[in-house]
Ligand binder design. Structure first.
Ligand code: BES
Ligand code: MN
Ligand code: ZN
Length: 493
């Protein structure tokens, strides 16, 4: 994690300095001081670059004078349009432009303390890198930035606001680490072990192994797991932050459920070889739930939340499940497994049903890299949102806009549900090619008993092939900030 410090605004005597520009406004304060100290170099450079402060525009000036090594000017866009996202992205732009500096400062000018913290969050998120397995990389090829000082009028207040932001960044990094790990390292058992570490944050963590799952009757989830030598796990993480209320006054918990397929070969319905390595991140739904729970605990959220993850590996082998097998889910409903590659829903259905039965949730949100079809429908811009509850949907939509982790609601309808009818069991696990993401959601809905529920199909969002303003390419941790925001805005104290 980038080391973030807050300090009173003063022109540094050396090092690297970032300045934030409001579109259409004359620079003032420290900016003017820096320009004067460097004999007008900054203003001239911006003139040459035709820089007007537009959002996302950055100018880097090397050795402008006055002992300063580098000045980076980042546009914030129009003052009226500045929100948390704009600030996070500006912070990300600062971190990207300063990657070659060991230490840098960013002057936030007239921004408030809370806004200064938003800049810090964006910078921290962008500075993330998963380099645990790079052993021969030369020092000069590595990003150098380790410390960022945020120069602001009210450093104490900004520092307090950063405490919250830091908990979010830490949760995001935990998710990114889990999702980035190779599948030989991150088996279900290893992931469960990493969940157990969250006890340090005050979470209560339960781990269930194959015997316990067998006893409970998790036939659908165990069917997926049976071809792998790596044993399944279910992990339940409890955060009790609401504090008050006993008996019927006690608020119901909010519940999050994640698909955790640590590697998805497709099983006997095996996937093509090309790109199969991507299926290491088929546990991103679970990874997100873990990071979210860490965030809620890290910032001591005033909410009772439970996170459940179903962890399995989907492999072909002599003991693997076959197309045509009929399994009995924890709910009692039977499923004809037509395609062993439609395994995520078989994991979710047991964990979700367990969550609902055991914890009487206020609502449940599940996250899953569930279908390739959602990438065809929504690309890499929105997660698919499926829900039986308009209020929950609306809230997720708004949280998405606020955090930039956007969701788009898709339909559910009995007409789609019919596609799941089986000749031999209560349902099939696939509904054919048309509307593949919707029939997957319909399948899950068969395990929801009128509880407010939302399903997020994050197959297009969990991993990114390109860098973006505050998310480096690779594991995105999509959903951690979205759901943290959902909780913060509607379900706390
Ligand atoms: N994990 C995949 C979905 C996926 C695809 C995630 C691409 C991320 C990127 C899922 O288990 C799967 O294989 N789904 C099948 C369902 C089909 C067999 C009905 C799919 O999408 O092809
Ligand atoms: Mn699959
Ligand atoms: Zn899968």
């Amino acid at each position: 994690m980038l080391d973030i410090a807050f300090a009173r605004t003063a022109l540094p005597k050396s090092g690297a300095l970032a300045l934030l520009a409001h579109e259409g406004e004359k620079p003032s304060g420290l900016w003017q001081q820096a320009d004067e100290a460097t004999g007008g170099t900054i203003a001239r450079a911006l003139e040459v670059a035709s820089f007007k402060g537009a959002k996302g525009k950055t100018v880097s000036i090397l050795a402008p004078g006055a002992g300063i090594a580098r000045v980076v000017v980042v546009g914030l866009g129009k003052p009226a349009e500045i929100d948390e996202r704009v600030l996070n992205e500006a912070g990300g732009a600062v971190a990207a432009a300063m990657a070659g500096e060991a230490v840098a400062a960013v002057a936030v000018g007239t921004l408030t303390a809370a806004q200064a913290a938003d800049i810090a969050v964006g910078a921290a998120l962008k500075a993330y890198r998963f380099d645990r397995y790079r052993t021969t990389e030369k020092a000069e090829d590595k990003p150098k930035l380790t410390k960022l000082s945020v120069l602001t009028a009210d450093a104490a207040k900004a520092r307090a606001a950063w405490e919250r932001g830091k908990a979010v960044a830490e949760g995001v990094f935990l998710t990114r680490d889990l999702v980035s790990e190779p599948p030989n390292v991150l088996t279900p058992a290893e992931m469960a072990k990493r969940c157990e570490k969250l006890a340090e944050l005050g979470l209560k963590v339960e781990v269930l192994g194959p015997k316990e799952l067998q006893k409970l009757g998790f036939g659908a989830m165990l069917g997926v797991s049976q071809g792998s030598v790596n044993e399944p796990r279910m992990v339940v993480m409890h955060w009790n932050g609401a504090g008050g209320g006993k008996g019927k006054d006690k608020e119901k918990p909010v519940v999050f459920v994640g698909k955790g397929v640590t590697f998805d070969t497709g099983g006997i319905s095996i996937k093509p070889a090309g790109g199969m390595e991507d299926m290491k991140w088929d546990m991103a739904g679970a990874g997100t739930v873990v990071g979210l729970m860490a965030t809620l605990a890290g910032r001591k959220a005033k909410v009772d939340a439970i996170g459940l993850v179903g962890l399995v590996e989907n492999m072909p082998s002599g003991s693997a499940q076959r197309p045509g097998d009929v399994v009995k889910s924890y709910s009692g409903q039977t499923i004809e497994v037509i395609n062993t590659d439609a395994e995520g829903r078989l994991v979710l259905c047991d964990v979700l049903y367990y969550a609902q039965e055991k914890y009487d949730p206020k609502f449940m949100v599940d996250l899953a890299t569930l279908t390739g079809a959602i990438i065809i429908g929504l690309g890499h811009e929105h997660a698919g949102l499926f829900s039986n509850d308009d209020t929950l949907s609306q809230r997720l939509h708004e949280a998405g806009k606020a955090t930039g982790e956007k969701v788009w609601r898709m339909p559910l309808d009995d007409a789609y549900d019919k596609q799941l009818r089986s000749e031999i069991a209560d349902m099939k696990n696939i509904g054919g090619r048309p509307a593949g993401s919707i029939t997957a959601a319909q399948f899950i809905q068969r395990f929801v008993n009128k509880k407010p529920w939302a399903h997020l199909d994050i197959a297009g969002m969990a991993w990114s092939g390109k860098d973006s303003p505050c998310v480096p390419k690779g594991a995105t941790a999509f959903g951690v900030r979205l759901l943290d925001r959902l909780v913060a805005d509607h379900y706390e104290g």
